[in-house]
Every structure is written in C-alpha cells, then in structure tokens.
Design a protein around this ligand. Structure first.
Ligand code: MG
Length: 457
C-alpha cells in the first residue's frame, strides 16, 4: 500500500509517489509555524538517498518562506544532525531520511532543540498545522537565509571520544570491517575509526543512496559483512543503517550476534564505569535487566519510541539508554541513538577486557526473542489488546502493562503486541529462555489477533 505515513516519527512516503515536493514544502511551512515562525533557526540535514537534495530543497523553501533561517548541515548522520541542533542552539531540526526503509522511500524527521525527535503532542500539532495549512508566510524583506555548516563530522567524533579511553583502543590496532550500506555513515565513521587507530576495511563506503543491500542492519542483510570478517581475521564487524543511528555487531567469527546485543554489550561496559540508571523500551530484551543487575544498576522502561526513552532518561537521570533494535543512547554525546557511540563502546570493551567479542557475548544470559507482524487496520489494536487479555485472563501469574500496546509478563517469558507508528501493521514480540516457550507465547497472541483482524497475511 502506497500511502504517506504521518506519525510521531515524522513523515515517510515514496518518491515519485506520496512524498511529493509539495508535501515536503508544506511540512517546512508547518514546522516553521510550530516553532513560532519568523526569526527562528532550524538545522537541515539529509542522508545519502538520491531524492535527498530534492526533498531538502522543498522543506528549506517552506522554512525560508516562513522567515526561518536554515543551517544546512549537508549529508550527515541522524545523530550528527541531532548533536549539531543542540550545539548551535537551534530552535529545531529537520532530517531528510527514511532510516532503514528501501531506496524508493524518503522521509522527514523533526527534532526538538535537544536533537531528540518530537514528543507525541508536538507531532500531532505539526500534523494539524500541515493538514489545515495554517501557515504564517512572510514578505520578501523577512525571508529566511541559508547558512552552510560543515562542522558536523568533526564535532560528532570529538563528542564520541570525549569520555572514551582512546589510547587503550588505539594501542590494540583492531582490525575492523564496517558496512555503511552506502548511507550517511560513510564519511564520518572512518574519521572515528582513524581516531581509534583501527585497521579498517570499509564495505559499501560510498554515500550514493544506491544501497548495496536492504539498509536495515539485520542478519539476512549482512552476510557479505560476515564473510569479510572471517576472510580478513577481523576482531569485529559493524553494520550501520542508512542514517547511522542503528548498529548491528558481528563477532570475530563473522557471526551476527543479534541487534539486541548492541545495547546489552555496550550497557554491560558503560554501567561498569558509570554508576546510574539505564533506560529502554518495553520490547527490548531482558538481557538489559541481567546486565544492569550485575552492576547494581536500575532499568527504567518507557513506551516504544526514541522520544519516550529519552524522556525517561531525562526524568530518571539515566547515564545510558537505548532500544533493542541496535540503538544506543549516550546522554553525554547526544540524546538520540548513535551507531558511532555503539562502535566506540564495543571497541573500548574489547580493549579493556582483552577478550574476544564472542566471550563477552557469552557472559550475558541467552534468550530467544521472536518478532513478527500482522496487518492492523486502523482502530483495530484496541480490540486485539482486549482479545489477548482474554486469552491470558485465566493466568493469575500474568501481569499486564498497557503503557505501549499490551505487554504480558509470565514466569516463562513475556509477550507484547502493539501497533506500528509508521506502518499499518501490529508487531508481536516474545522472549523466553527457549524457543518453544517463545513460540507458544507469540502463537497465543497471534491467534487472538487473527480472531479480530482475520487472516489477511
Ligand atoms: Mg535509522
């Protein structure tokens, strides 16, 4: 189905289809209006997609027509753009990216002055301004200007290295294979590797937007990386998504260890060095609970969505955070997921322990997590949640949490069902110490869901 998705995560659509220059320009006007109009400053960045300059220019036109100055950061990562938004004191930021979606998609992501994506309330206000075309355009004497800024990469690497034992990492001269999937990480990540003394083999290293494989860092997309790690005897392999906020890690045998481990591994290391709480979402592996318990740290759980996790981090004063899909957040760098933070912390963990990555992975209890999706017609999720609750109603050892869809915790594991923010689907996630239990939990939920929405898979 080709439709424009407008959600708390921003706007996403197909180029040549639903994401037109007109849509983009109107969102530029709407965001300017949301921020208070003339006299404001907004950073504007893009990932490597071919449609990036076109969408960027359309958004810029809307901002400038509303009297907003645009700081053009160019082709940079999502965490880099977020960091610069906070650093220059902009009133907000815009990133032209469709993250891990395929090449034909693009999107518009809006940032708060902290660099974090908008709250649900602000996103809804923006959507209404856009839909109502309630814009405040200004005359020629008050048009916004464009200011080009090329400081993002250096500022980002500096920030990542500020609290890092760079010398300990550099001494090891790690051999590393990195797959930047022709995305926004292509330029800045080698700068970090150089600072860390890494012997780097860089795959898909040109930021062309012609992605060499689907740009989501999951097992089936990183087989070339695994082969390369083995062939070159590398200590570790890293895979970024197209806007370089998410990271997957492969061990020294080229084995994909799973996106859930990016947070678990880095948290195991960081929480041993920084005392304090860690925040994550409802569907992140319970490995984070084990890792936190080992260092005496408390885990704070927030509804899914980066802005919710960041909000929880700020409220609870967390020293680290992230989400299970390969996203780690270091509040000392920037309040968004950052693959460069993940890379730096994994290398530092290897350096200070002197152990191979597979041994560090083995220190963490193992679980089986199953993720699947079902079609979810608008408005159906409420009935699905009620049906799932009914299925578990006879279990007095079940606990229910409805902060984000429904999560059911049982002695044998947990299962969650929730509607996607960006697609007309619902996601079912289950986790247990073994596959049989995880499958059984997921099947119970899927059966209940199919009873509501039918079999339209
Ligand atoms: Mg991304």
């Amino acid at each position: 189905m080709d439709r424009l998705m407008v959600s708390v995560s921003g706007v996403r659509g197909t180029v040549g289809g639903t994401l037109t220059p007109e849509v983009a320009c109107r969102f530029g006007c709407a965001f300017a209006t949301l921020l208070g109009g003339a006299g404001r400053t907004v950073t504007l960045a893009r990932d490597s997609r071919e449609s990036g300059p076109m969408i960027r220019n359309a958004v810029a036109a809307g901002l400038m027509a509303s009297g907003v100055d645009v700081v053009d950061l160019g082709l940079v990562t999502t965490p880099g753009a977020a960091l610069m938004t906070a650093r220059i004191g902009a009133d907000g930021g815009v990133i032209i990216t469709a993250s891990h979606n395929p090449r034909q998609y693009n999107g518009i992501k809006f940032l708060q002055p902290t660099g974090t994506s908008l709250t649900a309330d602000a996103a809804e206000k923006l959507r209404c301004l856009w839909a109502d075309e309630a814009f405040s355009l200004v005359g020629s004497e008050r048009q916004g200007r464009v200011i080009v800024n090329d400081e993002t990469h250096d500022a980002h690497v500096d920030a990542v290295c500020r609290d890092l034992d760079v010398d300990a990492v550099a001494k090891r001269r790690f051999r590393v294979v990195l797959d930047s999937v022709n995305g926004a990480g292509c330029a800045v990540t080698p700068l970090l590797m150089e600072r860390l003394g890494v012997d780097l083999l860089h795959l898909n290293a040109e930021p062309t937007g012609a992605f060499a494989h689907p740009p989501e860092p999951v097992a089936e997309n990183v087989t070339e990386l695994g082969e390369s790690v083995r062939a070159h005897g590398a200590a570790v392999g890293f895979a970024q998504d197209a806007d370089a906020d998410r990271l997957a890690v492969l061990d020294e045998s080229g084995t994909f260890i799973g996106e859930e481990y990016t947070l678990a591994l880095t948290a195991a290391h960081v929480l041993a060095r920084r005392k304090g709480k860690v925040a994550t979402n409802m569907v992140t592996s319970r490995m984070i609970d084990d890792v936190a318990a080992a260092t005496g740290a408390e885990v704070v759980r927030a509804p899914t969505g980066e802005a919710n996790v960041v909000q929880a981090m700020l409220e609870a004063g967390c020293v680290f955070g992230g989400e299970g899909g390969g996203g780690v957040i270091d509040p000392q760098v920037v309040l968004v997921r950052d693959s460069l933070v993940g890379i730096a912390r994994v290398l530092e963990y290897l350096a200070v322990t002197g152990e191979p990555l597979s041994a560090l992975v083995d220190r963490i209890p193992r679980y089986v997590m199953l993720k699947s999706k079902l079609p979810c017609p608008a408005g159906a999720i409420g009935d699905v949640i009620a049906a799932v609750r009914d299925r578990f109603a006879g279990r007095d050892d079940a606990t229910f949490n409805t902060d984000d869809g429904l999560r059911v915790d049982l002695p044998e594991g947990w299962v969650s069902v929730r509607a996607s923010n960006t697609e007309p689907i619902m996601r079912v996630t289950s986790e247990a110490p073994d596959k049989t239990a995880a499958t059984s939990l997921a099947e119970t939920v899927r059966e209940a869901a199919r009873g509501v929405v039918g079999d339209g898979e």
